[in-house]
Design a protein around this ligand. Structure first.
Ligand SMILES: [Zn+2]
Ligand SMILES: [Zn+2]
Length: 465
């Protein structure tokens, strides 16, 4: 009982301590650091308040607006993105730190502990985010990874978690000029808080926020950004502040007369998170090959997604697809599969939190960590195959093999925590009560059809004679 109470107390304490960060409500003094290694992982700290908000949003929206396939796919993208981020944290800041050490530190234009430096960094990071985000939409090879964020046909808090695994690696160049005068620690603080702020704006629950709409990016503005109606395309790129869109001509007010249709202009019918991360690259290469001249073949990569020879860089509205209200991709699967997917996802979700703990995220060579990562990845693939209603024999074979391997190797180990212990029993349960009986039945049905079919053929022949 005391374990449950201490868990609840910890959750409430974490919720209250970190919830302000979701809206950039932090004390500049408490978020100013001299060295990069002192900067906390804010993205990890906000998961408790954010997941509680996510549940609250679904309670407000009601059961009708909940689609398990879409929600779990959004969370799967987050898991993939976070896994890459945990193990590469620091590496994406390498170039920034190197430029600062070479030039910025010596010039010392902004003193690290001055409040002015904190506010200038806030504005500078948000200004750069605007241009990074705009280039993600206007340069086709950058869109190839950013499209993941726009791939949901829903608009809810979970969509905010749909991020490309390459997000940091494709955007970091835009921020580099600030390494000449803003210290890496300020950059790392604001870079994180800027992205965290953008989570809560993915919702239909919040309407008009009055005068705040003039300055800040809000759910109302970001709904337009996620729409694929013609009037919504390439609009509202801002991160925290919407003033950049107003200044640079990309601002668009939400039009109440026209229902916003969410998702990509040409929707990709899949819930396979790995496929959604990379499928556009294939389309991009195909489009490039189809061009006649070498100039056009290369232009496909750096011009906008709607470009083709003879039109401006971003295409022309008259040639763009006018998306009308459409039926969302929502294949129905049996209830037992939904329950199976939910339980499997919960096990990898809990295992994923192991990765935040310091002995784990510091040692990729640890066989247990590799094992957890491989297991999580395979579960995500199986979940995608099941949601897409691919014939159940393939996810079945994958799941049977995965559960056998997991149970075989884990039963020899000393499991020292509740999550590993629960995971072991859940997988053993699935193996002996679902997958082994399922394949025994499949083999029986196959043999029965084979034998019975031959008997029928012999009998039919006898009758004919
Ligand atoms: Zn975008
Ligand atoms: Zn968004």
């Amino acid at each position: 009982m005391s374990v449950i109470f201490s868990f609840l107390a910890e959750t409430v304490e974490s919720f209250l301590r970190h919830i302000g960060k979701l809206w950039y409500l932090v004390n500049p003094k408490e978020t100013t650091f001299e060295f990069p290694q002192e900067v906390p992982d804010y993205q990890q700290q906000i998961w408790v308040p954010f997941f509680l908000l996510l549940i609250l949003e679904q309670i407000i929206l009601g059961k009708k607006r909940f689609r398990l396939n879409d929600q779990i796919t959004s969370l799967s993208h987050w898991m993939l993105h976070e896994t890459i981020r945990i193990f590469s944290r620091g590496a994406e800041y390498y170039a920034y730190i190197a430029i600062y050490e070479r030039f910025g530190r010596g010039w010392n234009l902004l003193i690290w502990d001055s409040p002015w430096t904190w506010y200038i960094s806030f504005i500078a990071v948000d200004f750069c985010y605007y241009w990074a985000h705009r280039s993600n939409h206007e340069v086709n090879f950058l869109w190839a990874y950013h499209q993941v964020h726009h791939s949901s046909e829903e608009f809810n808090l979970a969509v905010g978690l749909r991020q490309s695994i390459l997000q940091h690696w494709c955007n970091f160049v835009v921020y580099l000029p600030f390494a000449l005068f803003i210290s890496p620690s300020h950059f790392m603080v604001h870079n994180q808080l800027n992205l965290i702020y953008q989570l809560w704006i993915h919702t239909t629950v919040i309407g008009n926020l009055g005068p705040l709409e003039l300055i800040f990016n809000t759910p109302k503005h970001h709904r337009v950004h996620h729409g694929c109606n013609l009037y919504c395309l390439d609009k509202n790129y801002g991160g925290v502040l919407i003033i950049w869109d107003r200044l640079f001509g990309t601002f668009q007010e939400e039009e109440r007369k026209e229902e916003i249709i969410y998702g990509l202009v040409i929707n990709t019918e899949s819930f396979n998170s790995l496929y959604l991360q990379v499928f556009y690259l294939k389309d991009l290469i195909k489009k490039s090959i189809s061009m006649v001249t070498w100039t056009d073949k290369l232009a496909v990569f750096w011009k906008g997604p709607s470009w083709f020879p003879g039109v401006p860089r971003l295409g022309l509205d008259e040639f763009k697809i006018k998306v009308k209200p459409r039926i969302v991709y929502d294949p129905q699967i049996p209830e037992w599969q939904k329950l199976y997917i939910t339980v499997q996802f919960l096990t990898i979700f809990l295992n994923h939190f192991h990765l935040y703990k310091s002995p784990y995220n510091e040692n990729l060579n640890d066989p247990w960590i590799r094992y957890v990562l491989a297991n999580n990845l395979v579960v995500l693939i199986s979940i995608g195959l099941l949601f897409d209603k691919r014939t159940s024999i393939y996810p079945g074979i994958i799941e049977l093999a995965r559960c056998v391997i997991y149970v075989y190797f884990t039963h020899k180990m000393d499991l020292d925590n509740l999550i590993d212990y629960l995971t072991y029993y859940v997988y053993a349960f699935h193996l002996f009560l679902i997958w082994i009986p399922y394949f025994v039945y499949q083999i029986y049905a196959f043999v029965y059809t084979l034998v019975y079919g031959r008997v029928r053929v012999v009998e039919d022949r006898k009758e004919e004679d």
